[in-house]
Design a protein around this ligand. Sequence first.
Ligand SMILES: NC(=O)C1=CN([C@@H]2O[C@H](COP(=O)(O)OP(=O)(O)OC[C@H]3O[C@@H](n4cnc5c(N)ncnc54)[C@H](OP(=O)(O)O)[C@@H]3O)[C@@H](O)[C@H]2O)C=CC1
Ligand SMILES: N[C@@H](CC=O)C(=O)O
Length: 341
Amino acid sequence: MIKSKGADTMTVIKVAILGFGTVGEGVYRTIQSHAEELTAVLGKKVEVSAVLIKNTQKARNISEDVLVTTEFAEILRLPQLDIVVEAIVEREPPFSFLKKAIERGCHIITANKEMFAHHGEELLELAEENNVSVGYEATVAGGIPVIQTLRQLLNINRIKQVQGILNGTSNFILTEMREKKQSFEQALQLAQENGFAEADPTNDVEGFDAFYKTMILSRIAFGEEPNWHDVEREGITAITSEMIETAEKLGLKYKHIATISRTGDQIKATVRPALIGSEHPFYHVEGVQNAVSIQSDIVGEITLQGPGAGMFPTASAVIEDLVYVCKNNKPALRLRALTTN
Ligand SMILES: NC(=O)C1=CN([C@@H]2O[C@H](COP(=O)(O)OP(=O)(O)OC[C@H]3O[C@@H](n4cnc5c(N)ncnc54)[C@H](OP(=O)(O)O)[C@@H]3O)[C@@H](O)[C@H]2O)C=CC1
Ligand SMILES: N[C@@H](CC=O)C(=O)O
């Protein structure tokens, strides 16, 4: 049993969740299911005060004392608001919402990699000016704590290369096609039913989702991104069942792999399918699992693996960010400065 302080002497951390789909609902449920742990770690109770939605016709299982609204302005008018968690889709309106939240003095946490790849720098700068923190662990590799690993635990190591399976939907589809002989369409449908794929799965299967995640990782690992136009990006739509079967007979597997490396002052990245053999660290990474392999000068190679999408793995990343932003009540960490090899 976790010991917590007396509830009545405690102040409360008030949270708004923007979006109540797979991720938003997962965060809401996790704040409820892990209330005791949150209170023990933070010394304060965490309470969801408001949820932003779009469609008022959907039935939702949300407590009656939570403000459920389609108007972000209503959330901003709440008398106390400490953290805004964003789990919406696309760049706008999420970017505008988060800017307003920062200006109101809230810490922000986002799972929205498309928005963050485009506007992360602006949000980090604004957060610094407003003395609040930004959590974005859920933008890359679902439940794997790769951002905090790079940001907090590999500060002195000079990173040479980061490689990853960064899209859970693509890895899930390729695995289903190989192991269960499912068609691409059947596997995609299953990925959607499981909440892995985006509502519009184009970004997943055409490699854009992995591309955005790669650019976010590049900023953290190398302090900069390659020119987006120079990055070779390809999804998995050209891979047929026949190609997968032929590869399997040769002991090979198709995996969708992102690679970022630095040679001298140049950052290079590719996001594309690759045929790999059993010697590759990603050969046994199957289904919705993601993996990230980091090569750096002191430690050598580290590979992190875990669920790359889905309700609770993503909620895990958000909830750990919640603790991070509360404990680091100071300007957001600047991204890693470029070091020379
Ligand atoms: N699914 C996953 O495994 C992961 C997703 N992500 C990212 O998290 C974000 C959310 O993903 P996910 O939960 O899967 O998406 P969903 O499609 O399941 O949910 C999106 C939610 O956003 C709400 N919404 C959409 N537009 C607006 C708007 N203009 N104003 C208010 N609410 C809006 C929807 O409202 P309504 O319910 O009313 O329709 C819905 O509740 C995305 O950016 C995604 O890329 C990151 C990691 C993993
Ligand atoms: N649609 C994404 C969700 C997590 O980022 C994926 O499949 O990886």
